[in-house]
Design a protein around this ligand. Structure first.
Ligand code: NAD
Length: 297
């Protein structure tokens, strides 16, 4: 089984390493030469274009920033759909709006290509450890076919319903995450200002009712959570601009069904401000900087 992996960034670059450990033949493409170099070092085969990566593939996995990149990779004049054979499978793990993946899947189906959405949760830490949760939107048959390849990169492979349902689950999850990270940042910064040792405070939260992924696995205070972006200057994590994108997706979807999402709107403005201050590439846990005197960390 040949696999093409397109988008070897913070997430894709780590996920593909676990895929390579299974002995799979993986053709990879990314616009970044550094990303390609790491991929080749791990045993992958570099390709010159998405088209080139997909030409020998039975399965294509994409892990790209946003819907416009995913559409370009699959649907462009020289895109992946022009080269795949009938019966091939495409798995998009990027976080995008549910309608875009439905549109791509419809065009794929007309060419005999099967497409599913399988966005992930677990961050770069989960991507590295191979413990991601995949939220899969497809029919039951294709779900069975993609389960084993996804299992090499994640530990929870969840069937969410028809194509697009994985994205619905993902944007709701990230709405909660964006809010919970802000809440943990607010609590950690207040505790530090009031004089408690942040390590002790985090220990209390993580054995109390405030505990959540943002407090335990990815605490925004430096060196509280092992391997969290906060301990390396908020680099190599889930970029603030991507969290802002996901909150935008949730707010847009909520608008379509006239559902109020009050806190999402509030924290969206905070992440927006963080981006405006030049921190768009930093992990979203750097939201704690909004609560600290400048350069205090
Ligand atoms: P990233 O920006 O680190 O990686 C994206 C990669 O895609 C980059 O290496 C970029 O060069 C490449 N790329 C962009 N356009 C391309 C093109 N046309 N052809 C080939 N490569 C191209 O982003 P990431 O953090 O890896 O996130 C990827 C997706 O996963 C996003 O949709 C994000 O919302 C989602 N996600 C990220 C995290 C996280 O913690 N980083 C967690 C869950 C989901």
């Amino acid at each position: 089984m040949n696999i093409a992996f397109i988008g070897l960034g913070n997430m894709g670059g780590k996920m593909v390493q676990n895929l390579l450990k299974t002995g799979a033949t993986v053709y990879g493409f990314d616009l970044s030469q550094t990303a390609i170099a790491h991929f080749v070092e791990a045993g992958g085969i570099a390709s010159d274009s998405p088209h080139d990566a997909a030409k020998n593939a039975d399965i294509v996995i994409t892990m790209l920033p946003a819907a416009k990149h995913v559409k370009e990779i699959y649907l462009a004049e020289d895109g992946v759909f022009t080269v795949l054979k009938q019966g091939s499978i495409c798995i998009d793990s990027s976080t995008i709006d549910p309608q875009s993946i439905k549109d791509i899947a419809k065009i794929g189906a007309e060419k005999g290509i099967k497409v599913c959405d399988a966005p992930v949760s677990g961050g770069t830490i989960g991507a590295q450890a191979g413990t991601l949760t995949f939220m899969v939107g497809t029919d039951a048959d294709l779900f069975e076919q993609v389960k084993s390849v996804l299992s090499s990169m994640g530990k929870n492979i969840v069937y969410c319903g028809e194509v697009g349902s994985g994205q619905i689950a993902k944007i709701c999850n990230n709405l909660i995450l964006g809010i919970s990270m802000t809440a943990v940042a607010e609590g950690m910064a207040l505790g530090a200002k009031l004089g408690i040792d942040p390590q002790i405070l985090a220990g209390v939260i993580n054995s109390s009712s405030g505990r959540c992924w943002s407090s335990e696995v990815c605490n925004p205070w430096p060196d509280v959570s092992a391997n969290a972006p906060a301990g390396r200057g908020y680099s190599d994590g889930f970029a603030t601009q991507l969290m802002l994108k996901d909150l935008g997706l949730a707010i847009e979807a909520a608008g379509q069904v006239k559902q109020p999402v009050l806190l999402a709107g509030l924290v969206q403005q905070q992440y927006q401000q963080l981006c405006m201050q030049g921190n768009a590439q930093l992990d979203f846990s750097s939201i704690i900087q909004q609560y600290l005197p400048q350069n205090s960390q």
